[in-house]
Design a protein around this ligand. Sequence first.
Ligand code: ZN
Length: 164
Amino acid sequence: MQIITLGDEILRQKAEKIHIIDDEIINTAKQMLVILKRDKGVGVAGPQIGFLKRIFVIHIEGDEERVFINPSILETSHVTSKYEEGCLSVPGIYANVIRSESIKIQAWNEKGRPFTIEASGLLARVIQHEYDHLEGVIFLDHVPEKKRDKLVAKYEKSQNRDNT
Ligand code: ZN
C-alpha cells in the first residue's frame, strides 16, 4: 500500500464519516498500523492511503497502538507549543508548527467502542496533525506563507530529482 504524496488532490478532500465499523474498516486500520511500522511514521490517516474515510491510527514509540474512527475534537487548550513536524505524505520536509498543547478528543476504536481521552504533548500534536488530514489540511498549511512556499519548492525539487 502506497502513501499518497503532496500534489495529489485526494489529500485536499474531506474524508467521509464511517457508518459501520466492519471487517473492511478493521483490516484497513491494521494495514495502516503496518504502514506506520514500515515507513517509521507516528501517524497515518485514511486519505493518505486513498481511503477517504474518517479514520487515523497513531503509534508513538513507548505508547500503545491507537485507532481513531469518526473522531471529534471536543476541547483544545489555549496554551500552544511549537514543534518540528514531518509527514509521510511530504517526505523529507520538516517545519515548526504551532498547535494546542493539550486536547480532548472523542472517537471510536477498532472494536467499535467509543472512548474519550485527554492528550497532551506529542500525542496531542500527532492527533491534531492526523485530524487535519481528514479535513484535507496538511501541516504545511499552518506554516507562514513565505516559509511554506520555500518548503514546497524544496519538496518539488527533491521529487523531480528522484524521478530523473
Ligand atoms: Zn501527515
